[in-house]
Design a protein around this ligand. Structure first.
Ligand SMILES: Nc1ncnc2c1ncn2[C@@H]1O[C@H](COP(=O)(O)OP(=O)(O)OP(=O)(O)O)[C@@H](O)[C@H]1O
Length: 373
């Protein structure tokens, strides 16, 4: 497996007790004015916390890519300071800097005349790993992104689908296990269903490796689904809001954020808010053939199950008293577990889904961590 231990140090939205040492990337009054006078980024100050995914989202031309590319000096800042893992990037050798960070872009940029395994082993080779170690690492990474190394390793990029190429791009960027990964519309070229799957798998890998990720996207859905925090940009690299996804969707700070979020906020909130143990209410056992949801499922999935329970044979026939009640199971319940599973936590209905959503969008009370509260 990978070198790093799994990390369970995810940053929350709280800022209490944080120090600058918790930040992996820091922008201090950064400005980028291109040669023709275009001010892509006016005066940006922003920090990316270690081990988080920070999603930069905003309309076309607002300076997202410029910001990302200044981090590995594909674009030189005009002024200001960017510090990555304690090092001022302008003081670092550019080539070394780029090799020390993963970089994934929409067009993938795989080397067409190198096999998939050779592509993934490129950076390990460049930084001096011996061949055997680089090859072993390539196999490990291909497996991690869901590609069988025996089957795919010998193929050339043109022998892969777009989604498979994107996976190889991610594997290549992670090959040396860089602490920081920069991603510019990484899943843009993939169809919506494949994109969703890739996002989920990438999220799992990122959690496992604990990589700090700065991700650029113009897609608010992608930003709220993947980001631990979301930075909404407007023209000139202005940060309109920097917050956790639920806050961005439910409490947009400015009109620009509202415009970006549009009318779809409630649906998006259902898609990113998860069923928790507290959402399961007592009130009689569920019907044995009631649909089930698990702790950790999205509220969108729960709502679908509730709808199924109220229209399908299961809920109505079961005589459970209220149509549309589903059974809530623990997250680790077996895949084929039914509503009469011995570990069932309780039930959930449409009103319960709504209550869960309401709880999620309420600002956290200051004393929430106080057990006496
Ligand atoms: N090399 C360049 N020379 C001059 N202007 C540039 C250059 N690269 C980008 N720009 C301009 O800087 C601004 C910000 O561009 P940038 O690519 O950072 O935006 P973006 O938010 O990533 O946009 P998109 O979502 O369309 O990729 C735009 O007005 C763009 O036209």
């Amino acid at each position: 497996m990978v070198d790093n231990q799994p990390l369970d140090r995810r940053p929350g939205s709280s800022t209490s007790g944080r120090t600058a040492a918790d930040d992996a990337i820091v922008f201090e009054h950064v400005r980028k004015e291109y040669a023709d006078g275009t001010v892509a980024v006016g005066d940006l100050s922003l920090a990316v916390r270690r081990h988080e995914i920070l999603a930069l989202v905003g309309p076309s031309g607002c300076g997202k890519s410029t910001t990302l590319r200044m981090t590995n000096r594909l674009v030189e800042p005009t002024s200001g300071r960017i510090v990555v893992e304690g090092t001022d990037v302008t003081r670092e050798d550019r080539v070394r800097l780029r090799r020390s960070m993963g970089y994934v872009i929409q067009s993938v940029g795989l080397f067409p005349h190198r096999t998939v395994a050779q592509n993934v082993a490129t950076v390990p080779g460049l930084v001096g790993w011996d061949r055997r170690r680089a090859r072993a690492r390539a196999s490990e990474l291909l497996e991690l992104v869901g590609l069988d190394p025996d089957r795919y390793g010998k193929r050339y990029p043109h022998e892969l689908s777009g989604g498979e190429q994107q996976r190889v791009g991610v594997a290549r960027a992670l090959a040396t296990d860089p602490p920081v990964l920069l991603m510019d519309e990484p899943f843009g070229a993939v169809d919506p269903a494949g994109r969703r799957r890739l996002q989920e798998e990438f999220h799992r890998i990122q959690r496992e490796l604990g990589t700090t990720v700065m991700l650029v996207t113009h897609d608010i859905d992608e930003a709220v689904r993947l980001g631990d925090r979301v930075a909404v940009f407007s023209r000139g690299g202005v940060v309109e809001q920097l917050d956790d996804p639920v806050a961005v969707l439910s409490r947009p700070a400015t009109d620009a954020v509202s415009d970006l979020v549009g009318d779809g906020a409630p649906v998006r909130l259902l898609g990113i808010t998860r069923v928790s143990r507290e959402d399961a209410t007592a009130g009689g056992p569920p019907a044995p053939d009631a649909p089930v949801v698990r702790v950790g499922d999205t509220l969108a999935a729960a709502l679908e199950a509730v709808a199924e329970a109220s229209t399908g044979a299961g809920g109505a026939e079961a005589g459970a008293g209220v149509g549309g009640r589903v059974a809530v199971l623990p997250s680790d319940a077996p895949a084929d577990a039914r509503a009469d599973h011995p570990g069932v936590l309780g039930t959930l209905d449409a009103a319960g889904v709504l209550a869960a959503l309401r709880r999620a969008v309420e600002p956290e009370p200051a004393d929430r961590s106080d057990p006496a509260a």
